[in-house]
Design a protein around this ligand. Structure first.
Ligand SMILES: [Zn+2]
Length: 141
């Protein structure tokens, strides 16, 4: 299955399960996630680390804009949703754009669209990192 369809299907399943399209609620419904907002360096939006089946760490840079924080929260959650393991996944502008980062951006883009009811008319109201913006446009096509 193409990753786009897998991401959409997984998130739509969560929307049904929790009966909400508030994506922040959905993130916080995962009790295995320890979520922190911290002052990180400028180039780091956040990071994610799988510690054990019952514990995963998710950190978001609190210096980001409101939209930026949402986008980073959904991105890190994407690593959790897609069961990425093994290392600390750093969400940095300068880091290598691996398959895992691309997939997490895809989760972030789709969750951001649902959470903020983004459509083609509202697309100019949002400012996100270019690689997420590209995926938002792709989903809206
Ligand atoms: Zn990442």
């Amino acid at each position: 299955m193409y990753i786009e369809n897998y991401v959409k299907k997984s998130i739509n399943k969560l929307i049904k399960k929790y009966d909400t399209d508030d994506m922040i609620d959905i993130v916080y419904n995962n009790k295995n996630l320890c979520i922190y907002f911290c002052k990180l360096t400028k180039n780091l939006n956040g990071y994610y680390k799988y510690l054990s089946p019952k514990q995963q760490l998710l950190v978001v840079n609190e210096n980001l804009s409101k939209q930026g924080k949402q986008c980073a929260l959904f991105h890190e959650y994407g690593h959790c949703l897609l069961k990425h393991k093994g290392k600390t996944f750093s969400n940095s502008i300068s880091g290598a754009y691996t398959k895992e980062e691309y997939e997490a951006d895809m989760v972030s883009a789709y969750m951001f669209i649902v959470h903020n009811s983004i459509d083609n008319e509202r697309i100019n109201e949002i400012v996100l990192p270019p690689r997420v913006m590209y995926l938002v446009c792709k989903f809206l096509k």
